[in-house]
Design a protein around this ligand. Structure first.
Ligand code: FE2
Length: 252
């Protein structure tokens, strides 16, 4: 699997404090079937990380992975807070993309009123970026106005659910909303958003089971993320598997 969202880099945000913690997270990721992990530290006002600092840390962690024989491919990205986008210079915004491709991982706010979220996203699209929204199921503004999210998806935005949302780790509302997005074909990816190897680990099995049939899981965690990293066209979602309808028993 390709995991597009993790806080694996040490000492840079609310992920592991040390590089040993990063290696623990990487070991768990590999053991749970993740072969490529995106390091997406927060780029927010609280954690104002820049692309150069992220790339340097990615290189340091890669080196330790090689030393330890942990065959996990690590790639650079960022989780860019929507509230900070206006302050980031155009070239820097490009440099913060997922794996150097055209897609930005954008974090919507956790506040119930999120005026202007849709116009900021539309502005990014106009400027030629592709937008992958991180955990919309945890954003109260989308709970209040799901049509705003549906419209953005129609305009080309993709959404990335957090695995833990599907198993209830973020409450019943996030779970209900995440399942609803999957059902209405408004979800395109599941990522771990891992922060450590224990409490929020890079493990997605239970979430994928809750999400639906294996073919859908493949699409969400392999096919779509590969296309995102490669800047290729997003493959078509596997046809919904519907339960066979019972033939009503008829009286003679
Ligand atoms: Fe995150």
């Amino acid at each position: 699997m390709i995991d597009l969202h993790s806080h694996v880099l040490p000492g840079i945000d609310d992920g592991p404090k040390t590089i040993e913690g990063s290696l623990e997270l990487a070991r768990v990721a590999l053991a749970s079937g993740i072969s490529t992990l995106l390091a997406t530290p927060h780029a927010s006002s609280r954690y104002p990380n820049d692309a150069q600092g992220i790339e340097q840390l990615v290189e340091q962690v890669r080196e330790r992975l090689r030393e330890q024989g942990i065959a996990l491919e690590l790639r650079a990205g960022a989780e860019i807070a929507i509230t900070r986008i206006a302050e980031i210079a155009p070239a820097e915004l490009h440099a913060l993309s997922l794996g150097g491709g055209p897609w930005l991982l954008v974090e919507p706010p956790f506040t119930p009123i999120a005026t202007g979220v849709d116009s900021i996203v539309r502005d990014l699209l106009r400027r030629g970026h592709r937008v992958l929204l991180a955990h919309p199921e945890r954003c109260p503004a989308f709970h209040r106005d799901p049509e705003m999210l549906a419209l953005l998806v129609r305009e080309g935005v993709l959404t990335s659910l957090t695995a833990g949302s599907l198993t209830g780790q973020f409450g019943s509302e996030a779970r209900r909303f995440a399942l609803g997005l999957l059902e209405s074909e408004l979800a395109h990816n599941i990522a771990s958003d891992a922060h450590d190897h224990l409490r929020r680990p890079p493990v997605m099995d239970a979430a994928l089971e809750a999400a639906g049939p294996p073919a859908l899981g493949e699409w969400l965690t392999r096919e779509v993320p590969a296309a995102i990293l490669g800047g290729e066209e997003i493959p078509i979602r596997p046809a919904a598997v519907t339960r066979p309808r019972r033939v009503p028993w008829r009286r003679r």
